[in-house]
Design a protein around this ligand. Structure first.
Ligand code: GLN
Length: 473
């Protein structure tokens, strides 16, 4: 499949049309969607209308946006007006949002062509896309394995060459982890860089929307198109979108990059080797590699599994059988609420609601939620301290390559551990990305993680580009 950059160039020059590119994407979806379960909904009609409007604008000689004619997949927790949006949950079945997420409006304005909504772990809770009410997504590189999660459908759409771009959301690793497992670039932007308006909330203080792509430039183009202040999100940063593509070849000469022991220890040997080789590749381009340890990172997982469920238990209280989707009738309102939630939520979502409600309850609040907040503050200062000495950090994205379907479903703790290296960034609100670097067991891709302070996206992309070039891409 062509890169997004190539499609935009060809659409603008008249070498192709947005409609022809859409046809290719739809064919690719038809070829493998049944096998892989990537898209929960394909909006063929809306996509055609958007592609035709891009083509018509070009025919009239008008200028078109920076993503003109590029097919894109949207994680099904992003609202698109009039299009079924489920969060892979029975509780939202049949619900059509009356408004679009800011990112969706920005994509349309940029000329991108949203093709449909992709599968995820229910309400983005999971690391394998097996917690979906609509069945798991399979990894296009090896369909006996998971694509990662929770944005597994979006990662699979790009890995299967259905669309060159996709959007996911990352609360504890849900973009970076599936990107690593599917051999893609996946970016968790600085908290507040991308508007959350119209992203169905899981843990509001951690959630960020971000890109998947096959190459660094495409990912940068997509992030530029969706980033920047939005008055509809009170946590949105005040500045406009940063310029990223223009800095993609800035390199890493003179940069200090911290190789973090705590982001490597415990990973499989093939993953460790890739991270070490990535450090060498960065050093070869003029970076100074500093080995360091940030022991606070080891507390991240425990704090996250208090804070994220606590916020989720509050955010998910709105699914009461009255306002959205499913209702199971019963004798009175309380019984109706209970019957609806019992039927509508899957096991993992119920587990999180119970964990979160417990952690917030009177008598336990200080011991759990209060403690976890203190750990979060420690995490923020640990990162800030590290960034006084180095520009960026380097580590593994995930402990292993893509694992087999079913291998962790009965052990929530094993599943949670998939995100041990990605969670610290979300707690700090900083930026990080995963870039493919080498292959491991079974010839499956490995992702290395680059982390930076808030608003360091341009530096992160430039470092990722150095690794991409080192891999001969
Ligand atoms: N896997 C983590 C969880 O289950 C992170 C999910 C995410 O980033 N949305 O909570």
């Amino acid at each position: 499949m062509k890169s997004a950059e190539q499609i935009v160039r060809d659409v603008r020059s008249g070498a192709t049309t947005a409609s022809a590119e859409l046809d290719d994407a739809l064919l690719a979806v038809k070829a493998r969607n049944e096998e892989l379960n990537v898209f929960l909904y394909v909006d063929e009609e809306g996509a055609r209308r958007q592609a035709e409007s891009v083509d018509a604008a070009i025919a009239r000689g008008e200028s078109v946006g920076p993503l003109a004619g590029v097919p894109i997949a949207l994680k099904d927790n992003l609202c698109q007006r009039g299009i079924p949006t489920t969060c892979s949950s029975r509780i939202l079945e049949g619900w059509r949002p009356p408004y679009s997420a800011t990112v969706v409006d920005r994509l349309l304005a940029a000329g991108a062509v949203p093709v449909g909504k992709t599968n995820l772990d229910e309400f983005a809770m999971g690391s394998s896309t097996e917690n979906s009410a609509f069945g798991p997504t399979r990894n296009p590189l090896d369909p006996t394995r998971v694509p990662g999660g929770s944005s597994g459908g979006s990662a699979a759409a790009v890995a299967a060459d259905m669309t060159p771009l996709a959007l996911g959301s990352d609360t504890g690793g849900s973009i970076r982890q599936p990107a690593a497992l599917c051999g893609l670039i996946g970016v968790k932007p600085t908290y507040g860089l991308v508007s959350r308006y119209g992203l169905i909330a899981f843990a509001s203080s951690l959630d960020q929307i971000g890109p998947f792509a096959k190459n660094v430039t495409d990912a940068a183009m997509l992030l530029e198109a969706i980033a920047g202040h939005d008055e509809m999100d009170s946590t949105s940063l005040p500045e406009p979108a940063p310029s990223l593509v223009a800095h993609i070849n800035d390199g890493v000469a003179g940069k200090r990059i911290g190789l973090v022991r705590d982001l490597v220890d415990g990973a499989d040997e093939d993953v460790v080797q890739s991270v070490l080789r990535a450090a060498e590749a960065l050093a070869a381009e003029g970076a100074t590699i500093v080995e360091l340890s940030i022991p606070e990172f080891r507390l991240g997982l425990s704090a996250y599994y208090i804070l994220a469920p606590a916020e989720a238990s509050s955010n998910l209280a709105r699914y009461d059988g009255v306002r959205y989707g499913l209702r199971v009738n019963a004798d009175d309102v309380t019984a109706m609420n209970e019957a609806t939630r019992t039927a509508g939520f899957g096991d993992e979502v119920k587990r999180r609601i119970m964990l979160g409600t417990y952690a917030l309850s009177a008598g336990y609040y200080d011991a759990y939620y209060g403690q976890a907040l203190k750990v979060r503050t420690m995490m923020i200062s640990a990162f800030a301290n590290a960034y006084r000495d180095v520009d960026l950090l380097l580590g593994a994205t995930t402990p292993s390559v893509a694992f087999e379907l079913g291998s962790k479903v009965s052990d929530p703790m094993a599943m949670y551990l998939s995100d041990i290296f990605t969670i610290p960034t979300n707690l700090a609100g900083d930026a990080a990305l995963s870039v493919p670097f080498g292959t491991g067991e079974h010839d499956l891709p490995i992702g290395v993680q680059l982390l930076g302070p808030g608003r360091s996206e341009a530096k992160l992309f430039a470092a990722a580009r150095v690794l991409e070039i080192a891999e001969g891409r």
